[in-house]
Structure formats: structure tokens, C-alpha cells
Design a binder for this molecule. Structure first.
Ligand code: SIN
Length: 328
């Protein structure tokens, strides 16, 4: 899986300032080293992988993301690690914006965001800048997958911390394949064929004057996705409802609805129950940002939540979102 590199266990834990888990110390057996063995190529610092929780997430050390943006071999390793851990974290990556974009483009083309602005010199690099002029409930502080209001939601993102508040502003990620796996069997049966609507209008559009909101909806009509999607690369089943999901589109059947008034409460109670699964701590990892730390996540089987506990401090993030494919 890792080409010319071998996988070895190490006894050495990461340095304490890297610790940002929801749990305790890193177990040593969760630390792996990928050592380059190929004859003829120079030995790099070994890439080290430290799992952060039992659910998902790993911190990778001994790697320069600028180098990864230029190396097929390193990128292949990184991609394999991403599929394994769902979200990868890196610290002290003083790379250029062009390298940030180049790294993300290795996964696929990038997309801008219709509401958040992008860096004028680097299209696809969305600026998520917050200061005292932002409201404390500014959209990233809800569990969500990015842009599921698109028919083809993003495959993933590469996010950099440019400026961090003195304290706070962490981000949580959730393993939504695990959230699906742990659902009671009768719920899995009930949601097997269900589909749901995802809306930019009801979220980013909600504060706009009505004409502006309708124009936004015309550009981005609500998308419909299966409630349980299949990950196109790993084949995992993933619970795929989030803060952008407004309602089920095919709930109103004789199995679910005995009387008309069963419809709205029956559907919304089930949808709320499913959306709440992302808040289960056992499915999560929490990351404390420092300047020039990065997160790379798979948007197809995770959700995330940026904690808005730092207002009126400044927090500046730059995100390269990677175009995804239609869900199934
Ligand atoms: C996002 O929601 O994509 C951004 C997360 C963050 O700012 O931590």
C-alpha cells in the first residue's frame, strides 16, 4: 500500500505540544513510522503517524507538505493515510499559498464558495476569516459536511490556520461511517432507501433579503442525496445528513405514515435523531490549531464543527475545497 516504504512500529510518542486529542496520552502502539527503503533515493526524515482517537484522525510528523505537493510518491502515501484515518493533521507547515493550492489540486480540481470569498491571487483558496464584526453563530459551528447543497459535494478539503485566537477556535471532526455502523439495526432498516434534501437557501441564504436568497437558490437549487451514501473509494456506508439537510423527500409512504399528521413529526423526529449522531463524542476527534497547522479531511465520510468560542478575537483560516462527485 505504501510502495517502497516499510511500516514499522515505534516506541517514541509525539512531543506533548502536538497533543490535541479528546482523550489522554497517545498509546505508543498507535504510532507508526513509514521509512523510505528505496535504493538510489535519498533518505528523508521518516513520516510518522500518530492516531489521535479510536474513532478517526491522525497527526503526521516528519513531512513537509510543500514537498508532498511536488512528489507523486509522497502524495500516494498521504492519500492512503487519508483513506485510513479520514482526517490528517500537520503542524509547522510554513508553505506558500501556491504550494497549498498545488497540494489540494493533487486530489482534484478546486471549487470556490458562493458566499465566502477566495484569495484573489489563488482561486479555490477560500478565506474563512473571523473577527469582531462576525456574529458568533457564523455557520461553521454546526456539524456539517462541506457544501452538501451541491449535487456533487466536495471530496475533501485542505485547511490551513493563518491566525489563531489566544485560546479557543478548535475544530472537531466526526467519523460518519462509524456513526452509521453503530445505529440500531431497526433504524438502519428504516433509512435504507431514504433520500433527503440539502439546501444552501435555508442556511447561507437565510439572512439574505428575499430577492438575493431566491437568486442564490436559482444558482444552487437544493440537492438530493441518499441518507446513507456509499464512499466511492472505500465502499463504506456513511450516514449522510447534516446541518444543510432540510427534509426527507421519500418518507411519505404507507409504511411510515398511517395518518397525515404522522408525516411531519415522524419525519422530522427521525431526521433530528440522525443529525444528532454527529454530536456523539465517541465518534469524534478535536484539534487545537496553531499558526501554520493544517488539516486534510475526507468530506465524504466525516463532518466537522468549528467551535466559535473566541469572539471577538481574530481567527483566520484558508481552505482549498476539492470538487467531489455525485453521491450514490
Ligand atoms: C469549515 O467549516 O470548512 C472550516 C472549519 C474551520 O474553520 O475550522
Amino acid at each position: 500500500m505504501f510502495g517502497l516504504r516499510s511500516l514499522t512500529f515505534t516506541e517514541e510518542p509525539p512531543t506533548p505540544h502536538h497533543c490535541c486529542t479528546t482523550g489522554s496520552e497517545y498509546p505508543t502502539m498507535n504510532t507508526t513510522t513509514l521509512t523510505q527503503e528505496s535504493a538510489g533515493s535519498s533518505l528523508r526524515t521518516p513520516m510518522r503517524v500518530h492516531r489521535l482517537t479510536a474513532a478517526l484522525g491522525a497527526e503526521v510528523t516528519g513531512v513537509d507538505l510543500g514537498e508532498v505537493s511536488r512528489s507523486d510518491e509522497l502524495f500516494a502515501e498521504l492519500k492512503a493515510l487519508l483513506l485510513e484515518h479520514k482526517v490528517l493533521f500537520f503542524r509547522d507547515q510554513d508553505i506558500t499559498r501556491a504550494e497549498h493550492v498545488a497540494l489540494a489540486e493533487r486530489f482534484g480540481p478546486l471549487e470556490d464558495h458562493p458566499v465566502a470569498g477566495s484569495d484573489p491571487d489563488h482561486p479555490g483558496l477560500v478565506r474563512i476569516y473571523k473577527d469582531r464584526d462576525n456574529r458568533p453563530d457564523d455557520f461553521e459551528n454546526a456539524f456539517h459536511c462541506d457544501a452538501t447543497w451541491r449535487d456533487a459535494p466536495p471530496m475533501g478539503s485542505v485547511l490551513r490556520c493563518v491566525e489563531t485566537p489566544a485560546v479557543g477556535g478548535d475544530t472537531l471532526w466526526v467519523n460518519m461511517a462509524l456513526a452509521y455502523e453503530r445505529l440500531p439495526e431497526h433504524v438502519k432498516e428504516q433509512i435504507a432507501g431514504l433520500r433527503a434534501r440539502h439546501s444552501i437557501e435555508a442556511t447561507f441564504g437565510a439572512r439574505m433579503p428575499v430577492q438575493q436568497r431566491l437568486a442564490l437558490k436559482e444558482r444552487f437549487p437544493d440537492a438530493e442525496h441518499p441518507v446513507v451514501r456509499t464512499h466511492p473509494e472505500t465502499g463504506e456506508k456513511v450516514l449522510f445528513v447534516n446541518a444543510f439537510t432540510t427534509h426527507f423527500t421519500n418518507f411519505h409512504t404507507v409504511e411510515n405514515v398511517r395518518f397525515g399528521f404522522d408525516y411531519a413529526p415522524g419525519a422530522s423526529e427521525l431526521l433530528n435523531y440522525l443529525i444528532r449522531q454527529a454530536a456523539v463524542p465517541e465518534y469524534q476527534v478535536r484539534w487545537r490549531w496553531t499558526r501554520n497547522s493544517f488539516a486534510i479531511w475526507d468530506n465524504r465520510n466525516t463532518q466537522h464543527y468549528a467551535v466559535q468560542d473566541y469572539w471577538p478575537d481574530v481567527r483566520k483560516m484558508e481552505r482549498a475545497g476539492i470538487v467531489g462527485e455525485p453521491t450514490f
